[in-house]
Design a protein around this ligand. Structure first.
Ligand code: UDP
Ligand code: MG
Length: 317
């Protein structure tokens, strides 16, 4: 099979028939063999009935129905598990992404040998409250992930080589960082294609509020940490702990030496608790020990994690 299209959706009943007939037309014109996997993420409208109707008419339609709303990432994860096409394309269900981009995305993966091609909504038809924070978000994501050529990490329209999606785990709200996940799994040929974007025709956005930015940054931080120290937590905690402890010990020596020299020289001396170094010593030693303990606990946990030896093997002969 050439292409699997994975479409996560939550309450998008109006868009689905139009989206499917559009995808079908593009596929037919280009002679692709394909499947479209609709993942119904606990919609409360008639989306699932619409998918069932489409499935009756065409064998290329597959549907997954979640019992409740889990989010876009879990929906993608389940779609990826079942995808069989050589190239896997993800697309939002709301008709903001155009299926006309599919042939070129397919070509970039198969001929230009990209692992992942992300859409870039250069001209966006979304309210300013979405576009401005998104610019900031993308700049940070570029910096942290080291993928310098991507302008739009969170574009719903992306194409992957099958290997990529079978080797990454999109969980929580990590769909924003799939290129980073892919890079961490060893897929580094990541490209970008400018895609057309349209205003939402039906329904409303499912990612409105501001908390998504806070959560988005926290997720980015976790990913960075997992990638850098996930397998060796002691390296970061132990390092910080050592620095703290060292400062603590130095302050201790300073406090002691100060008092002893004053005593020796017969000068009036005060209690060690009067010296600021005493408090620095105290805090640093406590913090240092705590960080060390955190490091050891981290090591214990990662030693027992089921995926500790889950390395991505590209080839075996
Ligand atoms: N979506 C989903 N589960 C959710 C929220 C959204 O499957 O919990 C789907 C939604 O139906 C759409 C896609 O994810 O197909 C992108 O959502 P939306 O268009 O609301 O986001 P925006 O384009 O406004 O960023
Ligand atoms: Mg949308």
């Amino acid at each position: 099979m050439d292409i699997s299209v994975v479409v996560p959706l939550y309450n998008e009943e109006e868009s689905l028939p139009e989206l499917y007939s559009w995808i079908e037309r593009v596929m037919r014109e280009n002679n692709f063999s394909y499947e479209v996997i609709f993942v119904n993420d606990g919609s409360t409208d008639f989306s699932w009935q619409v998918i069932e109707d489409l499935q009756k008419k065409s064998a290329c339609v597959k549907g997954i129905k979640f019992r409740r709303n889990y989010g876009k990432s879990p929906a993608l994860f389940c779609g990826f598990e079942r995808a069989q096409g050589d190239v896997v394309i993800t697309m939002d269900a709301d008709l903001q992404d155009s299926p006309d981009e599919i042939p070129e995305l397919y070509r970039m993966i198969t001929e230009d040998k990209y692992d992942l091609v992300s859409g870039y909504k250069q001209k966006r038809y979304d309210p300013l409250s979405k576009t401005i924070p998104t610019k900031l978000f993308n700049a940070t994501a570029r910096k942290v992930s080291g993928i310098k050529n991507l302008h739009d990490f969170n574009c719903g329209l992306k194409a992957y080589r099958k290997d990529v999606i079978k080797n990454i785990e999109v969980y929580g709200e990590m769909h924003r960082y799939i290129p980073y996940l892919a890079k961490n799994a060893g897929f580094s040929k990541i490209g970008e294609k400018v895609v057309h974007h349209q205003a939402r025709k039906f329904g409303s956005t499912k990612f409105g509020g501001w908390n998504r930015f806070v959560n988005g940054y926290l997720d980015l931080l976790s990913l960075w940490f997992l990638n850098s120290f996930g397998l060796k937590p002691m390296h970061v905690f132990g390092f910080l702990g050592s620095i703290m402890f060292f400062i603590g010990v130095c302050s201790c020596v300073a406090v002691g030496a100060l008092k002893l020299t004053k005593m020796y020289m017969g000068m009036p001396y005060n209690l060690v608790t009067d010296s600021p170094y005493f408090f620095i010593a105290l805090t640093m030693m406590i913090l240092g020990t705590q960080l060390f303990v955190a490091g050891f606990l981290g090591e214990l946990i990662s030693r027992n994690a089921p995926e500790r030896n889950n390395y991505k093997i590209e080839k075996e002969i």
